[in-house]
Design a protein around this ligand. Structure first.
Ligand code: GAL
Length: 716
């Protein structure tokens, strides 16, 4: 062949190769505003399969129809040597949020990650407790990669030769603006499998995207009312009497308490665990659990799922465990019904039947030195990687099923999760303990379909103790984790009264929290979430160039573009701006609309950055104009099923207030069969100029736990 012909042949081969690898994506609208695209041959096992949940079709339909929200032509898929190369377009002004439970960053554009279930190690590199492969764009769409593999993500970092928007070359020798990270116009993701399912979620707003995602995952979880009360985890080796005394101390001192967590020492052996009560510390477990319930205290038990040779079901479960051990315990393959039966039968007969209310499922996340390696094998056929990415999801799924079988709700803790697990009643926690980063995680939880608690353990100063307590009571689980320290809410005597007031405030706000969770379940709205999801923060149409960097002249625009990682929304109406140790003054970015101080009702600002100096006693909280916050008396325990509770509706601001209060029995799964109701509440000025409220009558044959009603306008 002549030289010319060889060259032609060579280029043709490249072209054919590229053409053959490129895949035509066929998009199917599976539900209004949700499209599924299939690339190549997706694997049979994926995140949604692991979770096994069904979308809430009716709720998704109620968000409304939408057109495909991004440029289809700009999406590219190639399959090369058993791997899927995905590319999604990015515009100049677009910001990206999500990619799992990050602790230090909220905006994700320009970051490189490997999405990998792990204990968070101090860097947002994709290794985290829930590396949810879902991101939301400020342009109002979301992308979810339904894969149970480790995914490589380049979130707007790489520049292709053929880039639509390829940046101009710069000369570093002469150009002061030379940039080491030139502009990238794409999100690129590498999936180590010869095909994958991709989902696109439409807006129009970012909140609509998040809602569609959560509802596609079955809607958020609805904890029992008691789960929203206060929780104390006692020292690991406490015995029955010490646990009872702890409960009595709370009661006598007037601190609220709904559930106590027992740490590894409740078991006769751990780690690995025997899943049996230790006879010396808990000689009469059934009687003990019953006595605790008499005191209105539920018990939550720490486990990690690795089974000791001392467990009564060890021999039975052995054939259904992986090739490797974790801390010398065998690793059940929960994809296999036999493993599930032996494991959960033990929990059911030895604990749940006695009245144990839930579990803390520990160490299902990482580190690599602890968990099974990627070369491990499992009898059910999953690879070690697929098991790692979904182990926390499987445990949440099947433990929830056990409680559903008893028609008793649970609310527990877990250290690993992923997409698919939105509806499971578990809260993520870890050992990392950096207060500021705990708040950033709380913000990111709202983009990742998970719940997160900034748990409090111990502190070096009472200031730190109080500051941490302030944020944990404004989180999904108000918990002290004293497994090592033995601290109690009153341990720092000089701030004990403030801590008590806070814990009681948590209890007063249970109707508000409970309604926020009902909205998570029925409407997909995360109860704790980023300020960027608020309407006044819609970033569409704002480009970097339009920003006036002078804060005084145009604070709102600056605020919409800067990374806000130290303030968040709690429920429908509250903006929480935590204070950290040593900080006396802080800035708060208020979205558009009038905002008021939660404690005094005084006007705070509108679409601006304010500077506050709030003092130590209070956590700054701001309320939207026209908000109605339902408050109950400061009870020491959450209301029981059927118990009637007085409600004071507090109104803020100038606007007419309207609110929908959720109600059900608070303990069973009967709400899944329609046994619940929403009461419409409104408050406006009467002809005497006084604020007065109305509430719709209770629905016939539906739960009604609302007792006496009173109304209050907070503020001038
Ligand atoms: C850790 C967990 C702690 C505590 C401890 C008990 O893994 O994060 O909260 O439970 O184990 O050994």
């Amino acid at each position: 062949m002549c030289k010319k012909k060889v060259t032609l042949f060579f280029f043709a081969a490249i072209l054919i190769n590229q053409y053959c690898n490129a895949q035509q994506l066929i998009w199917t609208e599976v539900l209004p505003g949700i499209w599924k695209g299939i690339a190549g041959k997706p694997e049979a096992y994926n995140l949604l399969k692991a979770a096994g949940v069904l979308p809430d079709k009716a709720a998704i339909a109620s968000i409304g129809k939408a057109v495909f929200p991004l440029d289809k032509i700009g999406i590219s898929v190639k399959i090369i040597e058993g791997k899927t190369y995905l590319r999604f377009p990015l515009d100049k002004e677009e910001q990206l949020y999500g990619f799992g439970l990050n602790f230090q960053t909220v905006q994700q554009r320009g970051r490189i990650m490997e999405l990998h279930v792990d204990h968070y190690g101090g860097t947002d590199n994709g290794r985290t407790h829930s590396p949810t492969p879902f991101y939301v764009s400020s342009k109002g769409y979301g992308i979810f990669i339904n894969s149970a593999r480790y995914l490589q993500v380049y979130a707007g970092t790489a520049v292709r030769k053929g880039s639509r928007d390829r940046p101009a070359e710069q000369d570093r020798n002469t150009d002061k603006n030379w940039n080491s990270q030139p502009y990238s116009d794409a999100v690129e993701i590498l999936v180590p499998a010869a095909g994958v399912e991709i989902y696109v979620f439409a807006g129009p707003g970012m909140m609509d995207v998040v809602r569609r995602f959560n509802l596609y995952n079955g809607g958020g979880c609805l904890p029992p009312r008691w789960g929203l009360g206060f929780s104390q985890r006692v020292k690991s080796l406490y015995n029955e009497d010490e646990v009872k005394k702890e409960a009595d101390d709370f009661e006598q001192r007037g601190y609220p308490l709904d559930f106590i967590g027992l740490e590894p020492g409740w078991q006769s052996k751990s780690y690995p665990g025997s899943f049996e009560w230790d006879k010396s510390r808990f000689p009469h477990p059934e009687k003990f659990v019953e006595e605790m319930l008499q005191k209105n205290i539920r018990l939550n038990l720490w486990i990690n799922p690795y089974v000791s040779t001392h467990a009564p079901f060890y021999k039975n479960i052995l054939p259904y465990t992986g090739s490797h051990t974790v801390w010398n315990g065998v690793v059940p393959d929960f994809t296999m019904p036999q493993a599930r039966k032996y494991f959960f039968d033990q929990l059911k007969s030895n604990q749940i039947k006695f009245g144990v209310s839930g579990y803390k499922i520990d160490e299902v996340d990482g580190f690599d030195f602890w968990l099974w390696p990627d070369v491990a094998t499992f009898p059910g056929g999953l690879s070690a990687v697929q098991m790692r990415q979904t182990y926390g999801v499987l445990l949440q799924r099947y433990s929830t099923e056990v409680f559903r079988g008893q028609n008793k709700r649970t609310f527990g803790l877990v250290r690993a999760s992923n997409a698919g697990a939105v509806s499971f009643p578990y809260v993520i926690y870890n050992d990392y303990y950096k207060h500021e980063d705990f708040i950033t995680a709380l913000i990111n939880s709202g983009y990742s379909g998970v719940l997160w608690t900034p748990e409090v353990r111990a502190s070096t100063t009472s200031e730190e103790w109080l500051r941490r307590m302030q944020t944990v009571v404004f989180s999904p689980m108000a918990m002290i984790n004293a497994w090592a320290s033995g601290t109690e809410p009153w341990s720092y005597a000089d701030v004990a009264p403030q801590v008590k007031e806070l814990a009681l405030l948590r209890m007063q706000m249970i109707p508000y929290w409970y309604t926020a969770f009902a909205k998570y379940h029925f409407e997909g709205i995360p109860p704790f979430r980023a300020i960027n999801l608020e309407e006044g923060f819609n970033q569409q149409g704002i480009s970097k160039d339009s920003i006036n960097t002078n804060l005084q002249e145009n604070p709102y625009l600056v605020a919409t573009m800067k990374e806000i990682k130290d303030q968040y929304m709690a429920g429908e109406y509250l903006l929480v701006a935590p204070m950290f140790t040593g900080v006396k003054t802080r800035e708060v970015v208020l979205p558009k609309g009038n905002w008021y101080d939660f404690y005094t009702g005084e006007y705070a600002g509108n679409g601006q950055i304010i500077t506050i100096t709030p003092g130590l006693d209070k956590i700054p909280v701001f309320v939207k104009d026209g908000a109605i916050i339902p408050m109950q008396p400061p009870l020491l325990h959450a209301a029981k099923a059927g118990e009637k509770i007085a409600i004071e509706f507090r109104h803020y601001g100038e606007k007419v207030g309207s609110f929908k209060l959720y109600d059900d029995d608070g303990e069973t799964f009967n709400y899944e069969k329609g046994d619940y109701c929403w009461r419409s509440v409104s408050m406006k000025k009467n002809n005497k100029g006084e604020w007065a409220g109305t509430i719709s009558i209770p629905e016939k044959n539906k739960p009604n736990t609302i007792g006496n009603i009173s109304w209050k306008h907070i503020g001038p």
